[in-house]
Design a protein around this ligand. Sequence first.
Ligand code: HGY
Ligand code: MN
Ligand code: MN
Length: 415
Amino acid sequence: MMIAKTESEAYVTQLLEDLGAIGAERGGGITRLLYSESWRRAQSFLAERMEEAGLEVRYDRVGNLYGRLPGKSPEAPVILTGSHVDTVRSGGKYDGAYGIAASLAAVRELKNRYGQPKRTLEVVSFCEEEGSRFPLAYWGSGSVSGAHPLELADTAEDPDGVLLGDAMREAGFGREDQPDPRRRDIAAFIEVHVEQGVILERTGDDIGVVETIAGQRRYIVTLEGEANHAGTTPMSMRLDALAAAAEMMLVLEKAASRAGEPLVATVGRMKTAPNIPNVIPGTVEFTLDIRHLSETLLTGFCEAVLGKFRSIAERRSVGFSIQTALLSRPVPMDPLLTGKLEQICRERGLAYRRMMSGAGHDAQSFSSLCPTAMLFVPSRAGISHSPGEYTAPEHLATGAQVLTEMLHELAYTDA
Ligand code: HGY
Ligand code: MN
Ligand code: MN
């Protein structure tokens, strides 16, 4: 089943252009944080495109947006495809958005060419995946899988102290009369995503077939020293929280470099108080993002490094506390579905490779619920989570075509 490359290419490219304008900043980045004004405009824009494509459109209680193409056997479990609409702060145009655009292009193409499927097909725009605003990630897909109970909305606060539940209600969600986000009627979930790494570009492959998604640990570390006068406090009498944090970061970087790939560890955000040039920092809060393919090695690394952090804090008489913001295990994709993806690539003569994903994705929320598969398209220079994120239109179209054929097999045939 070959779909016209140009038609799909034009549709996906245009959709990304229009979606990318929502939340666009002067510096070139895009920011669409959960339940923000730009987030609402993006979901409304996508709801209109889904309607235009002739899909049945609905939101669930947390703001996940679905476009449904009902199948001939309505009671049969659903084939779901899509990705997340939110971004990191000053992020790129493709992370998440491409998966939604390609899914909509694929279902629209299948509907126009083959009419009603045997099994219901749904496109989903998950409300949140990045964890950019609240100290939790995968709020959208995690609410669908049940990994995130709705009660989390009553405790998670953003850096301005806004409760997730209040932001959700203000955006028009969180009402009892809206559909519960949890689903048990999904037969398979397929996500297409930009690689956000440089492997496919380096090897010249068109498609990456994901075998495993790396496990992640995200922590928030808080150090309590003593704010004091920068001019009158001798070095020997300081309880400098920022100096302690700096020592911990170098220990982390050294340990991660020594552990070798695929382990990665990042301190992505830091807040110091009172954050004034002539005051010794009394309090520091910083984040940890640590990932590995092996659950055992990831756990062992985290325990060892956090133990070192505690001894540094003790030696410096600085208070140390840690909050776990995310614990996600390494997740294998479904072998049968990844085999189908490979077969489609082979039949189309596409250069493809099996690979791991160092980035987390909504697909990992589904693997406990149903057979799940992911495919990547190349990212130029591997850049992502940045305004420099880019994927060439022909790669965008190839990913959409492989997805279209995969969905055709799953929803229109008895394969
Ligand atoms: O951080 C990640 O791996 C994903 O982009 N949310
Ligand atoms: Mn993503
Ligand atoms: Mn991302």
